[in-house]
Design a protein around this ligand. Structure first.
Ligand SMILES: Nc1ncnc2c1ncn2[C@@H]1O[C@H](COP(=O)(O)OP(=O)(O)OP(=O)(O)O)[C@@H](O)[C@H]1O
Ligand SMILES: [Mg+2]
Length: 302
C-alpha cells in the first residue's frame, strides 16, 4: 500500500489562488490567495471598500475574476471543483450558502415560507408533481415544513413562522436569513455582516448562534464582520483585506497585535500605529468603539 501523506488536502474548503478582480479602473481584489480549512470559523475583516463582499461574490459565482483560481470542496469528502464560471445556484448545490450585507428575504412571504423555499431546492419533486399533488410530493411538503420549523427554532425564531418576513424586527430578519441559508444543507456558510444594525444583546446571541452552527452542524463559516468584539470572540482565524489586497492573516491575538492591521483601521502608517499602541494601549485596535452604529441609510445599502 502507498503511504498517505500526512497533510490532508481534503481539509481545505476553499482554495483561492492569486485572485484579481477589476471593475474598469477599480481593483476590488488584488492578487488575493487564501485557504479556508474544514470546520473553522474564518473571519474576513478590513475597512469599508477593502474587497470583503467582492471576495464573497467571487466565491459564490456572482463575479468572475480576471485572474486566479478558486477550488471548492463544499461538503466533507467532496472532490475539488473549480468555482470560476459556475452559476451561483450550482455553487449553492455544491454546498455553499450565504447571507447578504443588505438583507435579501422575500418580504411578502411568511418567515417559514422563506425557509421552505430553500429546503425545497434540495428536494426531488418538480412543479408538475406539486401541481398534481402526487403522494411523494405531499410527503416532501410535510418534510420540508418540518425541516423549516426545526431551523426556525434553531435560530430562535420558533414563534415567528407565520409572520411576514418584512414584519420581523431587523435582528430577526438577519437570523431568518441564516435559517434560510441552512435550509440548503450547506457544508460552508458565508455570512456578510450578520451583526450589522443589531443591538448588543442580539450580537451576543448571534455570536452564540454562529459558534453553535459551526460546532453542532459541522459547518465551516466564513464571516465578514465589522464588530471586532464579535469577530474576536468567534473566529479561529482572521484574514485582513485593505484596498483589495490581503495584508494579514492569523489568530485573533496575532491580528490584534499586527501594526499593519491597526494602521489600516486608523488610517495611519504602521509605525505610527505601533507607537500609538504602546503609548495609548486603550486606543489600540480596531476597538468596537471605532465602529459607530450604522445609520438607517447604511442599513439599507449594500
Ligand atoms: N459591481 C461593482 N462595480 C464596480 N465596482 C465595484 C463593484 N463591486 C465592488 N466594487 C468596488 O470594489 C471595491 C470593494 O468593494 P466591496 O463591496 O468588496 O468592499 P467591502 O470590503 O465589502 O466594503 P464594506 O465594508 O463597505 O461592505 C470598492 O471600491 C467597490 O466600489
Ligand atoms: Mg461589504
Amino acid at each position: 500500500m502507498i503511504p498517505q501523506p500526512l497533510a490532508d488536502t481534503h481539509d481545505v474548503v476553499f482554495d483561492v489562488e492569486h485572485i484579481t478582480l477589476r471593475f474598469g479602473g477599480v481593483v476590488s481584489l488584488n492578487d488575493v490567495s487564501m485557504q479556508m480549512r474544514r470546520g473553522e470559523i474564518l473571519a474576513v475583516i478590513g475597512p469599508n471598500g477593502a474587497g470583503k463582499t467582492s471576495l464573497f461574490n467571487v466565491l459564490t459565482g456572482v463575479y468572475t475574476p480576471q485572474e486566479g483560481r478558486v477550488l471548492l470542496r463544499g461538503r466533507p469528502g467532496d472532490s475539488p471543483v473549480s468555482v470560476i464560471g459556475k452559476k451561483t445556484h450550482v455553487i449553492n448545490r455544491l454546498g455553499v450558502a450565504r447571507t447578504f450585507q443588505n438583507i435579501r428575504l422575500f418580504p411578502a412571504l411568511t418567515a417559514i415560507e422563506n425557509v421552505k423555499v430553500a429546503v425545497e431546492t434540495r428536494q426531488k419533486a418538480g412543479p408538475l408533481a406539486a401541481m398534481l399533488g402526487m403522494p411523494w410530493q405531499r410527503k416532501e411538503e410535510r418534510d420540508s415544513t418540518a425541516a423549516a420549523y426545526a431551523l426556525m427554532r434553531d435560530v430562535g425564531l420558533g414563534e415567528r413562522g407565520n409572520e411576514l418576513a418584512s414584519s420581523l424586527a431587523y435582528g430577526e430578519q438577519r437570523r431568518l436569513e441564516i435559517a434560510r441559508a441552512l435550509g440548503t444543507n450547506p457544508g460552508v456558510l458565508l455570512l456578510d455582516e450578520p451583526a450589522a444594525g443589531t443591538n448588543p444583546q442580539e450580537k451576543r446571541e448571534l455570536a452564540e448562534l454562529i459558534s453553535r452552527i459551526n460546532r453542532e452542524r459541522n459547518i465551516s463559516v466564513l464571516l465578514i464582520e465589522h464588530d471586532m468584539k464579535l469577530v474576536m470572540s468567534v473566529a479561529d482565524r482572521i484574514i485582513v483585506l485593505n484596498f483589495g489586497g490581503k495584508i494579514a492573516e492569523g489568530t485573533p491575538e496575532e491580528i490584534q497585535r499586527n501594526p499593519a492591521v491597526v494602521a489600516a483601521y486608523l488610517g495611519t502608517s504602521a509605525e505610527d500605529a505601533a507607537r500609538q499602541a504602546t503609548d495609548q494601549p486603550e486606543l489600540h485596535l480596531i476597538d468596537t468603539q471605532l465602529e459607530p452604529p450604522p445609520t438607517d441609510e447604511e442599513r439599507s445599502g449594500d
